[in-house]
Write a protein that binds this ligand. Structure first.
Ligand code: SAH
Ligand code: SF4
Length: 363
């Protein structure tokens, strides 16, 4: 199959229907194809026996259903599985499966690297190379399901966009992929079981409310702009007073229950009780819950993890204010599969153009 093959994996049902119509076929071919691909994991057009022989041959010659190539697979002591997947040109991305009782969460990557340059994140430290397309995003889910299905029944119950990359900076492919995840002929996941995590791209949060009403997690990490500017540089472009209203509007518009605010606990940086009180006053009586994330160190980082006692006190302040707060369990850290440890293999093409640009907007 040449490089110009039509990538049909990851196309939404609408896009697939348009594709078949453009081929001179009936739109219902899209439904047939999705049943084969996602329902039966059949990726060879030759085997799709309810398509006409002529169409099977055309697809075999024109379409690609390639899954990413596994470079390595590691399994942590707690059952977490991490795949390093080839992303071409010597680069790699990571996908992580986190089993928890009957629930199985797949954490997928949306970009090769990330341009957001958050100061505490291994992916950010690597820089950005390129966006993944919808086929590469859905390819991660197909591949993980294929690898896990022999081991457990219906292994993937939840998908979170918390791997490498800023999903809202790769908007169209994200929306296409979400559409396949939630389509009953795709992975048939309810919208509540698909979570997009963002560092706070406000215009895209607003667009997401129109295009994919999934669960939203926002990486807040600081209760005030001075500190957030430092930790999450996109804050210089979209400060907290712009971000939070977009979050409340998202809840109102999408009928989701609440927004999850992620807050990585960095020793002596953002873990003071005064930070907790400030955070509580911003979030109380709002549709918000907080996920405190123990910092996961990576080579070369300047930060340290807050002590468990400090995390508990911080959490108590939020709980006392009526803000539902949990401390996230660190999973898979023995294979560097925990939040913020995903580094894949990225050739940085842009030394954080974003943080340079946004710096201009605030002295
Ligand atoms: N780019 C998106 C999603 C991927 S990161 C985002 O930032 O939201 C998933 C979560 O892991 C985010 O909340 C991120 O801030 C957090 N994270 C990044 N580096 C981390 C680290 N070293 N330790 C713990 N959490 C980290
Ligand atoms: Fe990118 Fe998220 Fe890491 Fe920030 S925390 S650099 S947005 S992946």
């Amino acid at each position: 199959m040449g490089a110009a093959a039509d990538k049909l994996l990851g196309l939404s049902r609408d896009a697939l229907e348009r594709h078949f119509v453009a081929m001179g076929e009936k739109p219902f071919r899209a439904r047939q194809l999705m049943k084969w691909v996602y329902g039966h994991a059949v990726l060879q057009p030759e085997a799709m026996t309810d398509l006409s022989v002529a169409l099977r041959e055309r697809l075999a010659g024109s379409a690609s259903f390639d899954l990413p190539t596994v470079r390595s697979r590691q399994e942590a002591v707690d059952g977490v599985v991490k795949w390093l997947l080839d992303a071409g040109r010597g680069q790699a991305i990571e996908t992580v499966f986190i089993p928890e009782g009957t629930r199985g969460t797949l954490c997928v990557s949306s970009q090769v690297g990330c341009a957001m340059d958050c100061s505490f994140c291994a992916t950010g430290a690597q820089g950005f190379n390129r966006n993944l397309d919808a086929a590469e995003i859905i390819g991660q889910v197909m591949l993980a399901r294929q690898e896990l299905v022999c081991e457990r029944e219906s292994p993937i119950t939840n998908v979170v966009f918390m791997g490498m990359g800023e999903p809202l900076a790769n908007f169209r492919p994200l929306v296409e992929a979400v559409s396949v995840l939630t389509d009953n002929l795709g992975f048939n996941l309810s919208r509540r079981r698909v979570t997009v995590s963002t560092s706070g791209l406000v215009p895209q949060i607003r667009r997401l409310a129109d295009e994919a009403r999934v669960a939203l997690a926002v990486s807040l990490h600081a209760p005030d702009d001075r500190l957030r500017d430092e930790l999450v540089p996109i804050n210089r472009r979209h400060p907290i007073d712009e971000l939070l209203p977009a979050c409340w509007d998202y809840v109102a518009k999408t009928n989701t229950r609440d927004i999850t605010f992620e807050y990585v606990m960095l020793d002596g940086v953002n873990d003071d009780l005064s930070h907790a009180r400030q955070l509580a006053s911003r979030l109380k009586r709002r549709p918000a819950k907080v996920n405190l994330i123990p910092f996961n160190p990576f080579p070369g980082t300047q930060y340290r993890r807050s002590s468990p006692a400090v995390v508990d006190e911080f959490r108590q302040v939020l709980l006392d204010a009526g803000v539902f707060t949990v401390t996230r369990k660190t999973r898979g850290d023995d294979i560097a599969a925990a939040c913020g440890q995903l580094a894949g293999q990225v050739h940085n093409r842009v030394r954080s153009p974003l943080s340079l640009k946004v710096q201009e907007t605030r002295p």
